[in-house]
Structures are given as C-alpha cells and as structure tokens.
Design a binder for this molecule. Structure first.
Ligand SMILES: NC(=O)c1ccc[n+]([C@@H]2O[C@H](COP(=O)([O-])OP(=O)(O)OC[C@H]3O[C@@H](n4cnc5c(N)ncnc54)[C@H](O)[C@@H]3O)[C@@H](O)[C@H]2O)c1
Length: 409
C-alpha cells in the first residue's frame, strides 16, 4: 500500500480527512465503483466489497479503465493512476453477513441495491461492528434515511450521502441528515465530501431529496404536452434545448436515463408524497415500460436507436415558446415548494439543479430574472384552464408576486 494521499493536495496536510479516514464501501455496482474511485482519488484508503461473486473484480476492471481513459486524455499521470488503484482494497471474497472487515473504517458508504429490508439488515450489522464514532452513510435515491437509521444502534451517526451517476464525473452530492443525525456528523460529512472536490448541498430527508424532486416536471409536463398532441417529442426536445438552454431535451434525457428507471422514480415520488398530483406518473411512459422500450439501452424508447434517422423537429419559435412557457413555470414552482417546505435553502436548490442535472440556470435565479409574477401568472392560467391541482402555484410564488420580491434571497 502507498501512503494515503501523497499526491493529493488535500491529503498533504497533517490530520487531513484523507490521512485519518479509511472509507469502506459496501456494494460494488455502478455507484459503489464510482464512489470508491472518488474516495481513493481524494487520498483515502478504501475497502470495497460486494455480496455477489465477481462484482468486485468487475469494479476493479471498471476503475482501471476509467483511470486509463483519464491518462489517455492527459488528465491524470500514470504514477497517480497507480497510486489511486493501490489505495483500494478490493475484497475478492463475496461479503456474507460478517462485515467485521470494515471495523477500522471511520466512514462506510452503502451502495447496495434499492431494497429497504436489505439496507436495514446491512446497517444493523455494520452498526454493531463499527465503533459509535464511525459514520454510516447510505447512497439511497428514494428510501428515507430515517427508515434505515432506525435499524441501528447509535442512529445519530447515520446520514445520506447521495452521489449522482457517474460519481467520478458529476460534481453534486446531496448530504441528507435524518431527524436524528447529530449536527457534528452533518458537519464532518459535509467537510469530508467537500474535500473530495464535490459540490455539496444539504437536503431534508424527504422524497426525492432536491434533484429528483425538483426535476419531475421536466419529464412530466413534457409528457402532458406530447399527450395532448401540442407537439411531438423532437419538437419539445428542440424547444427546451434551443429556447431554454437545457443540455438535453426531456425525451432524449428519459431515453438516456432509461424509461424504466425514470418511471420508477416518478412512481416512488407520487406514492411517497401521498399522491401529490404534481408527480402523477404518465400512462404514455408506462406503456413504453410495459413494452420494454426503455430507451437507449434497449434500442428503442421515445426514439429509435437502430441507426435510423432521428425525427426532425418543427422549429417554430412561437410553438417552442409555448412549450418552454409551460414547462419552466412548473419547474420554478417545484423549486419554490422545495424552499417553502424547507427541503433545502434557496441557494442549495439552485446549486443542486445546476451541478446535479446541468440546468443552464438556477430555477429561483431564473424566476427572479423573468420577474416576480412570471411563473405565478402562467401557473394560474394553467390551473384555470385545466382545473387541476397539479398547476396550483406555490404560496411562495404568490407571496413573491404580491410583494414584487425575489426568490433567491
Ligand atoms: N444508478 C444510479 O444512477 C444511482 C444514482 C444515485 C444513487 N443510486 C443508489 O445507489 C445504490 C446502488 O445503486 P447501483 O445503481 O450502484 O446498483 P447496482 O445494482 O449497480 O449495484 C448494487 C450492488 O450491490 C450488491 N449487493 C446487494 N446486496 C448486497 C449486500 N447485502 N451486501 C453487499 N453487496 C450487496 C449487488 O451484488 C450489486 O453489485 C441504490 O441505493 C441506488 O438507489 C443509484
């Protein structure tokens, strides 16, 4: 083993987090692999294990090839590549119920599959093996951190550390304390993840945290526009990119994420918010999922990925403007609701959408730029037209419009 962090700026300081924190990762799938790479690159020694035979050697091969690509691009030198790899202890033996190998880790991040009973069982065992000072973190996207923490002794050291995929590339990490996480653990965790050159935001332990919640209308309202026959997928994608400045249109993005995953997230949001109408899933998307049209990975989604030409959009600026003016107010409304219900601070809501899903601007800043009643007026009109609660404006937007006040304060 090399000395931790010799080549990492952060780790050359005496008592820096990289010198003192051994990071354990349980689950060597897509996320655990990426997180192991991030922690090792930040100078930590890392222990990576998985319950399935072969998963850790696949993870090792994936990290190797990811680092090789960085070397090829000149973003990493060969010596540093070797040091990063040597810091990771890849556990060849499949993990069983005995997780005592993790006992000298001061932080363990769980990235096993999204199953509450499995996560609770793992946390209960980890908590009984590790000292009470060790932080236990989950990378869950949709389960409540509280429900995982309640399985543990010393639940005050349990917290969510939610990375985005691919973890080595995407800068955002949502730090999610549950009701009982100790403030010291929140501070320690945030400071540590910040030292990994990630952008951290604090999110309340609520469905979808920040990003997966605030992004829902990007997909849901695009589907409504499509379902009403106002525009086709290619035209909606064109409008959101060309006129809105988004990197990917909603339909190409759903095809990229996978319609099965996107549909499951929406469904979880809808159910776990006790059927909030804003998150109602789309029957169109369900049909695609039922048919196995998952998107890029299955060769067909909203588009076909078989080499045939992509459909051309109708590049009509008036139509495009109507599309943008329907999706953007709903996104702003969702960001306002997240602030109103204290899911996160206004600054963190904006930062999360820019760093987590590459939005061209923070939604609250965007609203301030467009004027205090811009989104509010459009939502009122949609609510009157459709008679649906889905379009009700947030009280925060109503107050801002009445007082001509800014949202990003
Ligand atoms: N994939 C994403 O885009 C993404 C993004 C953010 C968060 N997440 C969350 O991260 C977690 C992992 O997701 P993923 O996409 O990496 O899953 P994955 O299916 O790629 O990997 C999960 C791994 O966990 C292993 N595993 C299952 N039970 C285990 C146990 N008890 N002990 C040890 N290993 C076990 C499996 O063998 C598998 O290798 C989930 O909670 C998911 O919701 C996923």
């Amino acid at each position: 083993m090399t000395e931790p962090g010799r080549d990492s700026g952060a780790s050359t300081m005496v008592n820096s987090p990289a010198n003192t924190t051994k990071v354990g990762i349980v689950g060597a799938g897509a996320m655990g692999t990426g997180i192991a790479q991030v922690a090792a690159a930040a100078g930590h020694s890392v222990l990576l294990g998985d319950a399935t035979a072969g998963a850790v050697s696949r993870a090792q091969a994936n990290i190797r090839s990811s680092l090789d690509k960085l070397v090829e691009k000149g973003k990493l030198d060969a010596q540093r590549r070797g040091m990063i790899l040597s810091r990771i202890d890849f556990l060849e033996e499949p993990l069983g119920v005995d997780v005592s190998l993790y006992r000298d880790c001061s932080l363990v991040i769980e990235a096993i599959h999204e199953d509450l009973a499995a996560k609770q069982a793992l946390f209960a065992t980890l908590a009984s093996v590790l000292p009470a000072t060790a932080v236990l973190a989950s990378n869950t996207s949709s389960l409540s951190i509280a429900s995982i923490a309640r399985a543990c002794v010393h639940p005050e050291r349990v917290i969510g550390i939610h990375f985005f995929n691919p973890a080595p590339v995407l800068p955002l990490v949502e730090i999610v304390p549950w009701l009982g996480t100790s403030p010291a653990v929140v501070d320690r965790t945030r400071t540590l993840v910040d030292s990994w050159r990630k952008t951290t935001v604090i999110a309340a332990d609520t469905p979808g945290f920040i990003v997966n919640r605030v992004a829902r209308p990007y997909y849901g309202e695009a589907l409504r526009i499509h379902d009403e026959g106002i525009a086709d997928c290619a035209t909606i994608d064109w409008a959101m990119k060309e006129l809105g400045g988004f990197k990917m249109g909603p339909f190409e993005l759903m095809d990229f994420i996978g319609n099965d995953i996107n549909f499951a997230v929406t469904r979880t949001m809808y159910e776990s918010s006790f059927w909030e109408p804003r998150y109602k899933p789309s029957l169109t998307q369900k049909q695609l999922v039922d048919a196995g049209f998952f998107g890029r990975k299955s060769g067909r989604g909203y588009y076909r990925y078989d080499g045939s030409a992509m459909p051309a959009p109708t590049t009509d600026a008036a139509l495009g403007g109507r599309i943008l003016e329907r999706v953007l107010p709903l996104l702003i409304n969702e960001a306002a609701e997240a602030v109103l219900y204290r899911v996160a601070s206004p600054a963190d809501v904006d930062l999360a959408m820019m760093k987590g899903v590459n939005y061209p601007k923070g939604l609250l800043a965007w609203s301030d730029e467009l004027g205090s009643s811009w989104a509010f007026d459009r939502l009122l009109a949609l609510q009157a037209e459709y008679g649906e609660d889905r379009y009700r404006p947030s009280a925060l937007l109503r107050r801002a419009a009445a007082a001509n006040a800014r949202l990003l304060v």
